[in-house]
Design a protein around this ligand. Structure first.
Ligand code: AMP
Length: 433
């Protein structure tokens, strides 16, 4: 299959060729014809599979025809859970529409209202937004959805997890019933199925192949550790390896991200933190420095790092395992971008055995144990179960055994920074120094 077979406008094909893409990714090949045929769509596709182009390219195809309506509101609306993902979708839309006259606007929380008001008062083709801020504008009557043709819910599962469900439904209710709706999500079961039932009409369903097939270019390694001091020593050792071009180190909490980044910086690494307590300007500056190579080690929480698409990330290091199995998939997808090779390292101690097992069952992939001579764990881990029961967990299952993600908390569980670890023994400030 080639892009030429997809019936896309020559100006879109030119932008695709300029992006260096030679053939559609599987999700693009499956989704684009269905969307162009006018169907609603629910698709499960991981980040890194090219899902953004799977909805932006057909959206642009619609924009090659003039709108039938005289109104100035957006013709395409993309909702994303985080500002970072919105920014990336916005960048992708601009890249793929480089040969067209398309006005793309990004509306994010944390940005000044007056500029957004001005942008929304002008004609808009594509609007990319996070739900909370968009609701504010909607309630102030600043958005006219009367000519909206397509609504895209990107990473819908995450929007639900972050408590955006009411906002998403309110926004959808303000758009024309005639719209086409596309829903992308890691899982299509449970709450997502309910949402899809309410918002989509007779959708085509695209389930990309088993999760494990999508990360063939990422080597997944497990390092068994005894305690925090052991993690710190091992991390320091791993980061001295010249093979680590750029790495994202994941911690459970914002506070740990700050402290670990400070420690690494003090050890002479070009390290910085990225989390949801930072204002948007600081987050953008950090991402720019990551992109231009000024930061080699980014210490991040899940929500802040979601959607980061930086080609130079050679390693992802799970300093703490993610609470939810699907976050593991999102985390490791930060490396091995666009077909390159990546390494994903996870630290786990004996108490993480059950947790690790859940992750392995979710991905259908047993993570290979690695031992660095001189850094052996004193206490071996209970052998984690082989990835016998393959396939994803349903919604209820993935919460089993974990603290639920607080609903309504727009930056996800990372907000509970510090609470889990307190200030007693094992506090990250004492990281092995
Ligand atoms: P996404 O899953 O949308 O975050 O895309 C992941 C990465 O794949 C991005 O860096 C895209 O630029 C890249 N990409 C998207 N489509 C293709 C394609 N057909 N061929 C090669 N790279 C692609």
């Amino acid at each position: 299959m080639s892009f030429e077979n997809l019936n896309l406008h020559p100006s879109i094909l030119k932008a695709i060729a300029d992006s260096g893409y030679t053939e559609p990714s599987p999700i693009q090949a499956a989704a684009i014809p269905e969307v162009l045929a006018g169907h609603d769509l629910m698709a499960s596709a991981q980040t890194g599979t090219g899902k953004t182009a799977a909805f932006i390219l057909p959206a642009l195809q619609y924009l090659t025809e003039p709108s039938q309506s005289k109104s100035r509101g957006p013709r395409i609306l993309v909702l994303t859970p985080t500002r970072e993902l919105a920014t990336q979708v916005n960048d992708a839309a601009r890249k793929y529409s480089a040969q067209m006259r398309v006005k793309t606007v990004c509306i994010l929380g944390g940005m000044p209202y007056p500029l957004q008001n001005k942008l929304l008062s002008q004609p808009v083709d594509i609007l990319v937004a996070t739900p909370g801020r968009l609701i504010d504008h909607l309630e102030r009557g600043r958005i006219d959805f009367s000519r909206l043709e397509m609504l895209v819910l990107d990473e819908a599962d995450r929007m639900l997890d972050m408590g955006f469900i009411d906002d998403v439904e309110k926004i959808a209710a303000a758009t024309p019933a005639s719209r086409q709706t596309l829903l992308f999500s890691a899982t299509l079961e449970g709450t997502i199925a309910g949402l899809a039932k309410r918002l989509l009409k007779d959708p085509k369903r695209i389930q990309m192949t088993a999760q494990q097939a999508k990360h063939e270019n990422i080597e997944q390694r497990l390092h068994v550790v005894d305690d925090l001091a052991h993690k710190n020593r091992l991390l320091q050792h791993l980061l001295t390896d010249a093979e680590v071009k750029q790495a994202i180190v994941f911690t459970s909490t914002k506070r740990d991200a700050d402290m670990l980044a400070e420690d690494l910086f003090a050890q002479g690494h070009q390290a910085a933190a990225l989390h949801g307590d930072m204002n948007q300007g600081a987050r953008n500056r950090t991402l720019t420095r990551l992109r231009n190579g000024a930061i080699r080690i980014l210490v991040a929480t899940d929500v802040a790092a979601r959607g980061i698409d930086v080609a130079g990330i050679s390693h992802v290091i799970n300093f703490d395992l993610p609470k939810f199995a699907e976050d593991y998939v999102h985390r490791i997808g930060r490396t091995g971008r666009a077909g390159s090779q990546g390494i994903a390292v996870s630290f786990a101690s004996g108490k993480d055995a059950l947790h690790l097992q859940r992750i392995e069952r979710f991905t259908g992939h047993a993570i290979t144990p690695h031992v660095v001579p001189g850094f052996e764990a004193k206490r071996p881990m209970r052998s984690s179960a082989p990835a016998g029961k393959r396939g994803g967990f349903g919604n209820s299952d993935r919460r089993g055994g974990y603290e639920g993600r607080p609903n309504g908390n727009r930056d996800g569980y990372a907000n509970r920074g510090g609470q889990n670890r307190g200030t007693g023994a094992g506090r990250p400030a004492s990281r092995g120094r």
